[in-house]
Design a protein around this ligand. Sequence first.
Ligand code: PLP
Length: 383
Amino acid sequence: MIYFDYNATAPVMREAREAWLDITEKTGGNPSSLHQAGTRAAVALAEAREKLAAYLGCQPADIIWTSGATEANNTVTHHFSKTLGPQDEVWISAIEHPCIHDSAKYYFGKRAKLIPVTHDGVVDLDWITTEMADKRPGLVGVMLANNETGVIQPWREILAMCQAYEVPFFTDAVQFIGKMPMAGLGDCDYISGAAHKFGGPRGVGFLKIPHRKSITPLLHGGKQEGGKRAGTENVAIIAAMMAALDVREKQIAHNQHLLRGVWRDNFEHELLRTLPGASIIGANAPRLWNTVSALMPDGDRKHQWIIRLDKAGFAVSTGSACTTGKEEPSHVLAAMGIKGEKAVRVVRFSAGWETTEADWEALVKGAAKVHAEMHSGKVHAVA
Ligand code: PLP
């Protein structure tokens, strides 16, 4: 099986598993306990926090460990629902992950405004410029890179606008961290991340908040995380997350050619050549080197592709894991104007650092074979 579903989750890497075991064996205590076993756990936790702060370019005290990005993102929307005035709006991009989209709607209703995107899936900067000249929202939230399309957002420009108008800027960095350099990211007020997208364990992530600011906790109880998030920290999976990030940071530093998306581009070129009628979503936008969102030829529904490619030895996806199983357009594609019959023809291929050039080549051959099969009259067998 060749795995092309890294945006859903990446396999847990050896270094992360080893770090988990090592910390589990060495630090049996609760990091809040004062005895030696507890102190050892607290030291390991502090080391992880310092490391992440250095990568992000922020202070260790600005980091809160969470159970993943869903919790981190909900913490932000929840916090602003408690601190903004009754008329204040929050503006989030129309392509945010459901854990932001739905929680913003839940907390703010109509006061959660969606920032439109272009046909290529890039946040409309003109919209922000025009609207901000008129009205200041209480929060702007735009992800760094979209999970379905891989389109990288102009976050530096949005951050600069937010800074000029003194509006807090929140970014979901889940699909970006571990794939792209993090330089400058620490200037964003709120940043969320999740270990399982970069080879760490599932069920752990973090939230970076502005320096010396507090946050309304989502979870109440103990005074862990400086009173910002109750619950005993899982030191071993946090250490495993940081071990994975260490590996990814080295890979990013030493693989510039991969960051340019050479293998992805070759794959797309071959895919379009072998599948007449196919096209690439967000083709004209800057995109992550690992992600291809392809609109498959007329009549080829995505679930047939996924099942047939699976049988052929390739794990691919329909897009966001949260919409899997539903033959309805994702809100991301809808925001890009890809609706109706077209939206059920989109298949996402997402590679990882472990993916080789040969894997990409095999995938395009596999896709050509499946396409031929689907059009040889056997199409209804796996519908
Ligand atoms: N944000 C983005 C962009 C994602 O892709 C995901 C996961 O699919 C999440 C948030 C949610 O992360 P987690 O699984 O850690 O809750």
